[in-house]
Write a protein that binds this ligand. Structure first.
Ligand code: GSH
Length: 149
């Protein structure tokens, strides 16, 4: 499918941002980017990982490239754009990260979407989003990644 990004780890090739991030977080638990099986909050963590591509990305892309016919709300996995933004904004307003004090792979997925979306004026520059993107960008690992990019 020509997918970007794609990760090769040994003989395994993984595509889909959320799958890549979930895989790396589980494969390298010492980095503490996952919420392990058996932790009650893992359900919330998985919810955010799946809602990155399932809701946030879909809402943003639909807004940027509108459909010819307005789909019925119930047909969209994300409901509507404004609700999707409100839900993410409320979650990160509690902060500093989606899972509270722990920075996880879910922040990599959702945070990249928010940052990229604001960069291209596809996500509104709400104060919660601007502050969250700044928190993520200030992380040393993000700065190392940006320097390589
Ligand atoms: N939903 C994608 C987001 C990344 C994405 O949109 N990738 C685009 C390129 S930026 C892609 O691979 N498109 C397929 C193509 O260009 O053929 C994922 O989770 O990997």
């Amino acid at each position: 499918m020509g997918k970007v990004p794609a990760l090769r780890h040994g003989d395994t090739v993984i595509t889909e941002v959320a799958a890549i991030c979930t895989y790396l977080a589980d494969e390298f638990p010492n980095a503490k980017l996952n919420v392990p099986i058996g932790t009650p909050q893992r359900g919330v963590y998985l919810k955010w990982l799946f809602s990155g591509p399932g809701c946030l990305e879909a809402a943003v892309i639909d807004r940027a490239a509108p459909r010819k016919d307005e789909p019925r709300r119930a047909m969209l996995g994300y409901g509507d754009f404004d609700t999707t933004m409100d839900v993410v904004a409320a979650a990160i307003a509690k902060g500093p990260y989606l899972m509270g004090e722990q920075f996880t792979a879910a922040d990599v997925v959702i945070g990249a979407n928010i940052r990229w979306g604001m960069m291209f004026k596809m996500v509104p520059e709400r104060p919660e989003f601007v502050a969250y993107a700044a928190r993520l960008a200030a992380r040393p690992a993000a700065q190392r990644a940006d320097a390589k990019d």
